[in-house]
Design a protein around this ligand. Structure first.
Ligand code: SF4
Ligand code: SF4
Ligand code: SF4
Length: 286
């Protein structure tokens, strides 16, 4: 079969150093695969690649050394396996998420469910710039969300129930940010130092610390690579549906306003990010 140039030009197909071969990237939202999908990928890699797979830094899987003549066949086989062709061009690429509260004791949001929702609605949308989305269940930020075009972090603000604190100091011991001190026999929070990780809430043996404001922090315009930059805070939202709405608005805003050829992080001022932030905050915080 002759090479299929339509597929060859798709984002999930990457020409290798040996230009007669290509690597096929697979879409794996949140990096989760079933046993059946893994078996299927093994069979596909043996049949169309050279029998191995590579896991990328953004939780996708790649099948290296594919003959371009087999691109139609491998694309169909991947779709049938529930692991369709991935992305790497200027588009919404594989959505990354840590285990979040599904599996991690520090997780405060359902990162996997959010990643799947965003993947269903936005994956592969053509954009003027590459849009990477990364979600972390807590400020430990294991998936480095602040270094992506859109980053989402689960956070919670601790609140002490007044009058009952014994001053035992357990919460202060557990706080890695030294944001809690014991004064006059009770715990006192330094909000400036607190990163809202929620560890102190779990540590209090008397359950006197509560979650005051559990939320998703949404950041825009971070990047990795040779000149990494931290994204800017856009908004804090308490409901998952509002986060999905906010991300769709960010994608639409970037789609309409951004120019190709420059990373989003370099364009935020030109795109009047602060105006957008005010607009979106007004609409979503109602
Ligand atoms: S970011 Fe937080 S919730 Fe996610 S894996 Fe790391 S520690 Fe767990
Ligand atoms: S939420 Fe985290 S950073 Fe803030 S006081 Fe508690 S343990 Fe410290
Ligand atoms: S662990 Fe609980 S009881 Fe002990 S100082 Fe902290 S809030 Fe007070």
């Amino acid at each position: 079969m002759a090479p299929h140039y339509g597929i060859h030009l798709r984002g999930g197909v990457i020409t290798e150093r040996d230009i007669d071969l290509c690597t096929v990237r697979v879409r794996v939202p949140a990096g989760n695969l079933t046993v059946e999908q893994m078996r299927g990928l093994a069979t596909i890699s043996k049949r169309y690649g050279s029998g191995f797979a590579h896991f990328t830094g953004r939780q996708a899987v790649e099948i290296p050394h594919v003959n371009p003549k087999n691109l139609v066949r491998i694309t169909k086989a991947l779709a049938k396996n529930g692991t369709p062709l991935g992305s790497e061009r200027d588009e919404v690429v594989n959505i990354v998420a840590c285990p979040g509260k599904e599996r991690c004791k520090f997780g405060m949001i359902d990162t996997i469910a959010l990643a799947k929702k965003l993947d269903e609605r936005l994956f592969g949308k053509d954009m003027p710039v590459k849009m990477r989305i990364s979600i972390s269940g807590c400020p430990n930020a294991c998936t480095s969300p602040m270094l992506n075009e859109i980053g989402i972090i689960g956070r919670v603000k601790p609140k002490r129930i007044p009058g009952l604190c014994t001053g035992c100091g357990t919460c202060a011991e557990y706080c890695k940010e030294c944001a809690i001190s014991i004064r006059n026999g009770v715990s006192v929070l330094d909000e400036e130092k607190c990163v809202q990780c929620g560890v102190c809430i779990q540590s209090c043996p008397f359950h006197l610390l509560k979650s005051e404001h559990s939320h998703y922090l949404v950041m825009v315009g971070g990047r990795r690579g040779r000149h990494p930059r931290t994204g800017r805070t856009l908004i804090a939202l308490e409901e998952e549906e509002k986060v999905v709405d906010a991300v769709e608005r960010i994608i639409a805003w970037v789609y309409r306003r951004a120019w190709s050829g420059r990373l989003l992080s370099d364009q935020l001022d030109d795109l009047h990010f602060d105006g957008f932030r005010n607009e979106i905050m007004g609409e979503l915080q109602q």
